[in-house]
Design a protein around this ligand. Structure first.
Ligand code: AMP
Ligand code: GLY
Length: 424
């Protein structure tokens, strides 16, 4: 099978590396990829959301399966265009991608189909939004309606924060057009789980659950980021909880999609909050793998290719998908200044030494080449993953590898996995 992966981050590097190892895959290409991806796949300089050029590339490379990493090309309809051209695609069409592309669409979808989520209201007018947050008897989260690369969500501590967030979105246009409408929802407490299920629109299989660390700083402090590290398995996600999420969230979501006439092929990544009462509630839908979650989920699977192909084509595997009984952890190394103004061009050393440690894989997110050296070229620079028998072992190995990498001003959380360790 010849596969093309769209995107250019650590998620796509992990996908390309995983696919390249599969005995079912003879050729892996990436568009646009990155210099790290180019060590395991053929990188083509085509933007992932340039739909006509992606279709042409897939045709000229005789691609059997396109795996879409990020949400933007899906919202732009790349999966529809590929399928129209007769090319199998792992990822929903533009209709299904709205679950992620519009927060108000996804909240209305959940309300319509009885899927548990935080209470909410949607506003485009500043005065009404401010009045709502002033009157609310609970803490709120203010979300830009459209895609804002993970930066359009403000988790507010008090009314003043909330008013400021609403003013920044609706008065100051801080999130551009994505924030001309905001969803204001009840702030939920509990543990977050990134729940991934693969589906061909008819059948569904749990792909895996991971926990991300969204805040920049140790102890979950500082601004929200795209994610600073992840691990799997997640102790709080017991088999009972998994079954409950499949029953109460995933099944009604797929039913809802069918009733709304949306054929969803790909991965449904549901961000869940599990409260003290043990009940899962949906924070958000994503229509693609999480990043950094993808790498730690793939690390525990021998070969995910049959499910990527099965979701894309309906040729569903007969074997159940079973992650190995080991543990994987991924630690992000971010550039100085991330998330506001990441510093580019800083030299990275020690990549080979880190990758030589047993159980370690280093995935590139924002790297470039300059005068024969690796340099920073984005906010999240690297994802250092380790797989071992237990989460504690995996963490120890991953941080040994992180410490082997030299990058001036690097920002690294030292506590990835802390909630699992706190549980003993
Ligand atoms: P989202 O893009 O909707 O996932 O939001 C980004 C992050 O904001 C989530 O991963 C949570 O950490 C946080 N968040 C979003 N919605 C809520 C909520 N209703 N209550 C508490 N935290 C939330
Ligand atoms: N790590 C969270 C996400 O990919 O949205």
């Amino acid at each position: 099978m010849r596969v093309l992966v769209l995107g250019s981050g650590a998620r796509e590097h992990a996908l390309c590396a995983h696919l390249a190892r599969s005995p079912r895959v003879s050729y892996v290409a990436a568009a646009p990829g990155n210099p790290g991806i180019a060590t395991v796949a053929e990188a083509h300089a085509v933007a992932a959301d340039d739909v006509p050029r992606i279709v042409a590339l897939a045709q000229s490379c005789l691609i059997d399966l396109v795996v879409v990493g990020p949400e933007v090309p899906l919202v732009a309809g790349v999966a529809d265009a590929l399928r129209t051209a007769g090319i199998a695609c792992f990822g929903p069409g533009a209709d299904g991608a709205r679950l992620e592309g519009s927060k108000s669409f996804s909240k209305d979808f959940m309300a319509r189909h009885g899927i548990p989520t935080a209470r909410y209201a949607t506003f485009s007018a500043l005065d009404a939004a401010v009045a709502y947050v002033r009157a609310a008897d609970h803490r709120v989260v203010v979300k830009a309606d459209g895609l804002a690369a993970g930066k359009g969500v403000v988790v507010c501590d008090g009314v003043d924060d909330a008013v400021e967030a609403v003013e920044r979105a609706l008065r100051d246009g801080a999130f551009g057009d994505a924030g001309r409408t905001v969803v204001i929802e009840e702030r939920l407490e509990g543990q977050e789980i990134s729940f991934h299920a693969v589906t061909d629109g008819a059948r569904v299989e749990l792909f895996g659950a991971a926990q991300d660390h969204k805040r920049l700083g140790d102890g979950d402090t500082g601004p929200n980021t795209g994610g600073m590290g992840a691990y799997s398995p997640v102790p709080v996600c017991t088999p009972d909880l998994e079954a409950r999420v499949m029953r109460e969230v995933i099944a009604p979501t797929l039913d809802g999609l069918r009733r709304d006439g949306i054929a969803f092929r790909g991965v449904l990544f549901v961000g869940l909050m599990v409260g003290a009462d043990g009940a899962p509630r949906v924070l958000e839908y994503n229509v693609r793998f999480g990043d950094p979650e993808c790498a730690v989920l793939l690390a525990r699977l021998d070969d995910a290719t049959p499910w990527l192909w099965g979701a894309a084509t309906g040729a569903w595997p007969t074997e159940p998908l079973r992650p190995r009984n080991d543990a994987s952890i991924g630690v992000v190394i971010a550039a100085e200044g991330y998330p506001d103004a990441p510093r580019r061009g800083a030299v990275i050393r020690g990549l080979d030494a880190a990758a030589a440690i047993e159980g370690v894989r280093v995935f590139h997110a924002g790297t470039g080449r300059s005068d024969g050296a690796w340099v920073t070229a984005g906010g999240r620079v690297l994802l250092v993953t380790a797989t071992a028998a237990t989460l504690r072992d995996a963490a120890a190995v991953a941080y040994r590898a992180v410490d082997a990498i030299e990058l001036a001003g690097a920002q690294v959380r030292r506590d990835i996995g802390w909630r699992a360790f706190a549980q003993g």
